[in-house]
Design a protein around this ligand. Sequence first.
Ligand code: ADP
Ligand code: MG
Length: 995
Amino acid sequence: MVGWILKKILGSKNQREVRRLWPMVARINEFEAAYQKLSDEQLRAKTEEFRQRLAGGETLDALLPEAFATVKNTCRRLIGKEWSVRGRPYKWDMIPFDVQLIGGMVLHQGRIAEMATGEGKTLVATLPLYLNALAGNVHLVTVNDYLAARDAEWVGEVYKFLGLTVGVIQHDQPPPLRRQQYGCDITYGTNAEFGFDYLRDNGMATSREAQVQRGHFFAIVDEVDSILIDEARTPLIISGPSTVSTHQFDKYKSQIAELYRAQTMLCSRLVDEAKKLLESRNTEKPTDADADNEERAGKLLYQVKLGMSKNKQLAKLMETPEVRQLVDQAELNVLADSSKKDMIALKEEMFFVVDEKQHDADLTEKGRKQLNPNDPDAFVIPDLVTALEEIGSADIPDAEKEKRKQQVQQAFDERSEKIHNISQLLRAFCLFEKDVEYVVQEGKVIIVDEFTGRLMPGRRWSDGLHGAVEAKEGVVIERETQTLATITIQNYFRMYKKLAGMTGTAETEATEFQNIYKLGVVSIPTNRPIARKDENDVVYKTRREKYNAIINEIVECHRKGQPVLVGTVSVDSSEVVSRMLQRQKIPHNVLNAKYHQREAEIVSLAGQRGAATIATNMAGRGTDIKLGAGVADLGGLHVIGSERHEARRIDRQLRGRCARQGDPGSSRFFVSLEDDLMRLFGSGRIGNIMEKLGMKEGEQLEHKWLNKSIETAQRRVEEHNFSIRKRTLEYDDVMNKQREVLYGFRNDIITGDNPREAIFEILGEVVEARVAEQCLANKPTEEWELEALARWVNHAFPIGLRLDQLAHKTSDEIRQFIIDRVTKAYEAKASHEQPDTLKSIERLIVLNAIDRLWQEHLYNMDQLRAGIGLRAYGQRDPLVEYKSEAFAMFDEMMASAKNEIANNVFRSASSLAAFENFLRSLPMQLSAPDVSQQSAFGGLASSAQPAAPAGGDVVDKAIQAASTPVKRDVPKVGRNEPCPCGSGKKYKNCCGKNA
Ligand code: ADP
Ligand code: MG
């Protein structure tokens, strides 16, 4: 009832929105009627006219009716014209319908136009794209390369007719070609290509010429739910092989495998025991003892669920609604106990516990003892905070305190690394099933995408998990990769000045679009009424029964000649259906979103008489299915869902593939209690309903109630997934701010005309900080550490500073003196250089420093992010902790970058090649442990010595020194000890990175 009222209200709000746009449709059509009298040239001239009116101060909004009319009229003129689309002949036959004009307006307003499949969104997008391209480079974002190219070729003729250029980004294009595509007025491409180009432009390109994009003005995202919601779960990452590898999977693998075996055995014992208890009951006349046995059995099975939720025997037993209920009841009882005594007792008997929903696995006391009988505490996270506090308040000298703190910290790091390794291995064993979550091919572990069933070679689970799975499978553990640049899809798309989207299914996710992207959703009415019949779901107890029923239904359609499209959630179930159809000798096609172009062609024929097509839900996206001759009389295309998907949206997407443009069509979903969705989220209530409706073995059930409760389960998963995405975003927001600052700074350097100014600003800051540090304002001048200051100055700059030059000065005067000398020296040096070369060198000095340190920072942020979960033990909000630490780390990173820049300003040569060589050799130079003794520009100048000559040959010497690799005997330093270079970082994260 409430839902109905709500729908009424929401519906009418949407209707009002749409109604408000109709007068504009009339205006567009009036203009269009008038344009019919124009010659082609006159129509084409509109583009230039609009541009001038824009320049004269008119707004895009004001131009909309005329611009849309211009596009519509162009479409009319193209009717019957032929060209090729993806290599196949095509004949234009589209003039935008009125509802399409409305869709176009919604897009122009920066909102999401929800338009059913087959309503012609490709054409709709041309209207706002043309209008907005008058003012800047506009992007159309698609889900795959094939669609980007197809759409650009398909509707590109409209833009070309009007004198605009169209570009397409494809995966394999080299940068110069990309740059050309972005140079066009309108650019089509996938979200990943757009995002990666952004990262490369801003995080890697070292000159303006190497950047390919031209800003983020307006984007329309096609299949917006798929891109902004499904794909947004994994951020875009550019990575390279990691320089450090810390995993110890080899070391623990056999132990964990052993533990896993022990737990498996334990679980079988528990299941057996439960079975016996259940069998011993007197089903005719249940006694009190029987009730106790039932309860006990439920508890045992629940225990198995805790320890091994994917246990096969358990799954088998849970097929019976009665058993399922017992387990649910046991769970409720245990959870209801506020003292958690029962829960603790249950867990205590296990070696580890698994939380399938949270994707977590954790050792128990018993497991820890098993792994390390002598020291079970070896796998407990130590209480770092208390330990540090204790040391802090202890009555010992400061130096001793420092030493102990470092020891504690080191022990903590080692132990958490160990625990991390073990819990990743546990997850690999318990939660990741071969041939479900991943496959092993040619000695590699390849991820299977959970939504599409696609194999995703090259992608790796993060945080070492992939290595753990490799260890489990006994294949070579590949080197972990390190993030070089990363951005979430959300944050990429938030950069656009204006963003819009279109899809057949946005409504169920309207809140998320609003919250995260500030995108409102407007449902556009279809051109003709929808004639699709959605049948009730049919529910079976087991998968087997379900598949049999699916096959029967396909056979029946096939006999009539009615085409069928079967949508599955995974490659696995596609294959099951396919095998069963083969047995029935029914010809069919199987698609799993691997070959976009070919699949699009096959799907486009899925509406022909007698066709049977099996597709995972991404296959053939964006291709509409036209009905073959006579098929309408058979009821049109019949869509079968082999399983309800986690999100209702994807189910609607599948249903929407039939009954396009007022065609007849029907859809039905088949569900079994063994489906993951039912197993994890739907259990109790659905079991109850089935009991109430009196379901018996081998029967099917079909009822409105069931649809409802399945949707409730789906809604729960949707909410759960939304909260995960939101959480990811909250973390990324921290990074996002940092990225903005850093990329902004970087871009100023690349595009600014005077990099030297920036360098001197940095020099000023660095010198000021040094002086402030060594000439403390609250200390008498005799205590100032002038010698140290001079040593640093002479190390960094070739100005031969003498101590007596610093005497009798205020700190301000000292600072000014140093900066003046440095400026003079730099001018002297610059006078020998080619101004343009020098500019490039200056840019490189800055970029080199910030890029290197930023990458290191990204690595550290990854570590921080991975470790921050452990802090939750301290009852502090990990996000707050993360924010404050991330902030401090960023500050430190920027300070180090500036220092490095200051240090490198004079270490440059007149030839760019020589300088690049020099930069390459630099880390070696920086990692020399005894920097304090050796100035790069000669030793510390004593007051008696003449000042070292500035510029020229000193620099040359430094370059020479740098380009012959210096090999020093570095004293052995522990990986977790502080780095001897004095950076304050651990050795392994600093100079020891390559060790
Ligand atoms: P969507 O992306 O909304 O699912 P498409 O852009 O793929 O839809 O178009 C679906 C089909 O509708 C295409 O075959 C196209 O030719 C047809 N179509 C779209 N708009 C029109 C129109 N105004 N007149 C005639 N056919 C149209
Ligand atoms: Mg489309």
